[in-house]
Design a protein around this ligand. Structure first.
Ligand SMILES: [Zn+2]
Length: 298
């Protein structure tokens, strides 16, 4: 009888809404995957809020007046950085006031995009989080930023960051193991836009091409760009074109028909899902994508 009581007690405890142990500290992360990483560092000391709704593309995001108010109310704002949040400079200027801005990717070296970016676009690739080792750097930057805003929590943030970084190292090893089941010659990616560069660098994939040759979304490929990616797929015999959840599959289908590759949809890249979806956490998102890629290519 006693045992049952204890079990119920723990179950209730796990479901209880998180208590913010540090009232007055209002932490806002721009993207859902950043909020999840930050929540792992914050533990139950601070509840992390998220600015962008689930499924919204950060590349094309346009803040509303209520977004502006949320940023104005935050005393810590966590951003990916490296040009990922185009709207950020205006948003911060309009929000006014002072806050700690944590740039999660600070200190990481950006790769040059494989896409042919025109000179007036941001050339650096901001999609660092596709390598879990970069996510460990995110954890470090978030820990430092939270500690700056809340020095009394330093020991808690450090312990949480260490524990979560260990999980990220396990994730990296798990992905590498899964990728080993794909014959090296078949480790080829065709993607929607230039998203998987850091993943490719880490796990030895060749980026064969992309539908929109840009580190941003929103552009439409020219006829020459379409012809180029079809030709590349034929030359390399890449098996699959990978699309993000919610992406328009029309161009991908056209490329698939002319090149012989299959279209695989449903990768989660710029947003998590809600708790019932396939990618409710950063770690689950990376595992889900890895399984999808491995199943299509092995
Ligand atoms: Zn992107």
């Amino acid at each position: 009888m006693k045992k049952i009581f204890v079990l119920i007690f723990f179950a209730l405890n796990a479901c209880a809404p998180m208590q913010n142990q540090k009232p007055g500290l209002n932490v806002l992360a721009v993207e859902s995957f950043l909020a999840d990483i930050a929540q792992n560092v914050a533990g139950n000391r601070v509840a992390i809020n998220v600015l962008l709704p689930i499924g919204v593309d950060p590349h094309g995001f346009e803040p509303t007046p209520s977004d502006l108010r949320r940023v104005a109310d935050a005393n810590v704002l966590i951003v990916n950085g490296a040009g990922f949040e185009d709207f950020l400079d205006d948003l911060l200027k309009n929000a006014g006031g002072k806050r700690v801005v944590i740039e999660a990717s600070a200190g990481l070296t950006a790769r040059n995009p494989r896409a042919n970016e025109s000179a007036n676009q941001h050339a650096a690739d901001p999609h660092f989080w596709f390598d879990p080792n970069h996510a460990i750097k995110y954890v470090e930057n978030i820990r430092e930023g939270l500690t700056r805003a809340d020095p009394d929590g330093a020991a808690i943030y450090r312990a949480n960051a260490d524990a979560y970084s260990a999980q990220l190292r396990d994730l990296d090893a798990w992905i590498a193991d899964q990728i080993k089941t794909i014959p090296p010659a078949q480790r080829q990616l065709v993607t929607d836009h230039d998203t998987f560069g850091y993943f490719a660098d880490r796990y030895d994939f060749q980026i064969v091409g992309m539908i929109v040759p840009s580190v941003h979304t929103g552009a439409t490929p020219s006829a020459q760009e379409m012809a180029r990616v079809i030709e590349r797929i034929k030359q390399t015999r890449a098996r699959a074109i990978f699309l993000e959840a919610g992406a328009n599959a029309q161009l991908a289908q056209q490329i698939a028909q002319e090149s012989g590759a299959r279209v695989i949809t449903g990768l989660y890249t710029h947003s998590l899902t809600d708790a019932r979806g396939n990618a409710p956490t950063y770690i689950e998102m990376m595992k889900f994508n890895t399984r999808l890629i491995v199943d299509a290519l092995k």
